[in-house]
Design a protein around this ligand. Structure first.
Ligand SMILES: [Zn+2]
Length: 455
C-alpha cells in the first residue's frame, strides 16, 4: 500500500523538471497543485469556463488519481487505486465529484493536459453556448462542390494567411492579412452551397473556441514555453489531411480546430467588443472577424489566386484520400455480418441515452461510421453495451409519440454471429458486452442479427 500523499511530501521534492525517477503519484499531485496555483490566470481565459475552484481529476491507471479544486476542497489530494468509471480519456461531469468535475485519464504522469482544458470547455459550452438557427452537421456533401481542387487549395491559402496574421509584428500587417484571409474565405464559400458555410461556421464555433481555450490554458500552464500565437500557428501548419481520414473529416472538422482558434485569438488580440458573449449567443467567429476587419470604411481586399504548385500539391493529396462512404447502407454493404441494435427508451429519457466512443470516424448523410473502434460505450441507467475492435455504425434515431428508438450496427465475426439464436439470452464476447439480463427480442438469420433493448 502506498501511503496517502500529503502536500508536505511534495515540499520535499524539487518543483520543476520532474520526469524519470519521480514517483508518478507525487508527480500527479504536483501537477494538480500547479493547476490550482494557476487558477486565477485560467479563470481569465473565458468568464465561466474555468471558475475559481473548478473541480478536476487527473487519473493514471495503475497508480491512482489526484483530485483538485472543489473535488478536494482542503487542497489537492491523491488516492491510489483504479477509478472504475473512467473508461475513456476524459469524463465530463465525473459522477464521483461535484457538478462539472472534469476527469482526465493520463498515459504517463507527465502526459499533456490540453485534453483536460479542451474538453472542459465543451462542458462549459453545453451550458453557456447557444447556436442560432440550424446546426451545421458533421456530414458535408462534397459532391455539391463543383471544383474540389480549387476549394481545397483556397482552404490551404486561408490557413497560410491566418498563420501569417497571427505571427504579424505590426497591427497594420495583421489587419491587411486578416482582410486577405476574409476575402479568400468569401471567394471560396461564395461559390459553395449554404450548408458548407454553415458546417464550417458551426465547427469553428464549437471546436475552434474549445481549441482556443485549451491553447490559452496550456500557455498559462507552461509559462516558460511557447506563446499562444506560436502554438496556434503551429496548429495551422499541420497537414490538412490526416492519413486514412476522409475529406470531410479533415477539411470540415480537422481544419476547424486551428482556424477557429486563430479567429478567436485574433478577436482577442484586437479586443473586439464583447466578442466572447456574442460567440456564446451563437455568432460565427468569421462573422465577428469580418465585422471588425472588413468594414465598409476599409479598402476592399482581393482574394489571392491559386498558383500552379499549390494546385498540383492539392491534386496529389486528393488522389491519395481513402474512399469515403456517404450513407449507412454503403457501410453495411461493405461488411458481411452485422448486429442491429435497437435501443428503445421513453421519449422523455432520449437525452439520457449516452454514447461515448474512441475511434476514427466517417460522417455519413444518415449517420456516423466508426471505422476502428478502440472503445464504445452505450449507456442509460443500468442498460449498458460495451464494444471494441470492430466497426460500428450509428444510424439515425426515430421518435414517435412517447418512445424513442436509436439504431446502431455493430460488425460481428462469423463465430460471434453464429452464437446468436432467436429468443435466447444475449451472449457476450471478449470485445462485445451485451446486457444478458435484458428482455431482448432477437431475430437471428445468420448474417443479420437484430436485438431490441428496451428501457
Ligand atoms: Zn472538441
Amino acid at each position: 500500500m502506498r501511503p496517502l500523499l500529503a502536500a508536505l511530501t511534495l515540499a520535499l521534492v524539487p518543483a520543476r523538471g520532474l520526469t524519470g525517477d519521480t514517483d508518478p503519484a507525487v508527480r500527479l499531485l504536483e501537477r494538480a497543485i500547479e493547476i490550482e496555483q494557476r487558477g486565477p490566470a485560467l479563470a481569465e481565459i473565458w468568464p465561466g469556463y474555468w471558475p475559481p475552484g473548478q473541480p478536476f481529476v487527473l487519473y493514471l491507471p495503475e497508480v491512482g488519481a489526484t483530485f483538485g479544486g472543489e473535488a478536494s476542497p482542503g487542497g489537492a489530494t491523491f488516492r491510489e487505486g483504479p477509478l472504475e468509471d473512467v473508461r475513456f480519456w476524459y469524463v465530463l461531469d465525473y459522477p464521483g465529484g461535484p457538478a462539472n468535475t472534469v476527469a482526465l485519464r493520463l498515459e504517463t504522469a507527465d502526459s499533456n493536459l490540453d485534453t483536460l482544458f479542451h474538453e472542459q470547455f465543451h462542458d462549459f459550452q453545453s451550458d453557456a453556448f447557444r447556436w442560432l438557427g440550424e446546426a451545421g452537421g458533421e456530414f458535408v456533401d462534397i459532391s455539391a462542390l463543383d471544383d474540389l481542387e480549387t476549394f481545397t487549395a483556397r482552404v490551404e491559402i486561408e490557413r497560410h494567411l491566418l498563420r501569417e496574421a497571427i505571427s504579424a509584428t505590426t497591427d497594420e500587417a495583421r489587419q491587411s492579412l486578416v482582410r486577405l484571409y476574409l476575402a479568400a474565405r468569401e471567394a471560396r464559400l461564395g461559390d459553395a452551397p449554404g450548408d458548407v458555410r454553415l458546417a464550417e461556421d458551426h465547427m469553428e464555433w464549437s471546436e475552434g473556441t474549445a481549441e482556443y481555450a485549451a491553447t490559452m490554458a496550456m500557455t498559462v500552464m507552461e509559462a516558460a514555453g511557447a506563446t499562444s500565437a506560436s502554438r496556434i500557428a503551429a496548429r495551422l501548419s499541420e497537414p490538412l489531411f490526416s492519413p486514412g481520414q476522409s475529406y470531410t473529416r479533415s477539411v470540415f472538422r480537422g481544419r476547424a480546430y486551428g482556424v477557429g482558434a486563430a479567429q478567436a485569438w485574433l478577436l482577442d488580440a484586437v479586443d473586439a467588443p464583447d466578442w466572447r458573449r456574442r460567440v456564446e449567443a451563437g455568432q460565427p467567429l468569421a462573422q465577428l472577424l469580418a465585422e471588425h476587419f472588413a468594414r465598409g470604411d476599409l479598402p476592399p481586399a482581393a482574394a489571392p489566386p491559386v498558383d500552379d504548385d499549390l494546385r498540383a500539391e492539392v491534386r496529389r493529396q486528393l488522389a491519395a484520400l481513402p474512399p469515403a462512404p456517404t450513407r449507412v447502407a454503403e457501410v453495411l454493404a461493405d461488411g458481411e455480418r452485422w448486429l442491429e441494435l435497437v435501443v428503445d427508451v421513453p421519449a422523455s429519457r432520449a437525452a439520457d441515452l449516452g454514447v461515448s466512443f474512441r475511434s476514427d470516424f466517417t460522417a455519413l448523410a444518415d449517420g456516423l461510421a466508426l471505422n476502428n473502434v478502440d472503445q464504445f460505450l452505450l449507456q442509460i441507467d443500468d442498460l449498458r453495451v460495451e464494444a471494441r475492435d470492430r466497426r460500428i455504425v450509428l444510424a439515425s434515431s426515430n421518435s414517435a409519440e412517447d418512445r424513442h428508438e436509436a439504431v446502431y450496427f455493430l460488425e460481428l465475426t462469423a463465430a460471434e454471429a453464429r452464437t446468436f439464436e432467436a429468443q435466447s439470452p444475449l451472449p457476450s464476447f471478449p470485445t462485445l458486452e451485451l446486457p444478458a439480463e435484458q428482455r431482448a427480442i432477437i431475430e437471428a438469420d445468420g448474417d443479420r442479427v437484430t436485438v431490441r433493448l428496451t428501457l
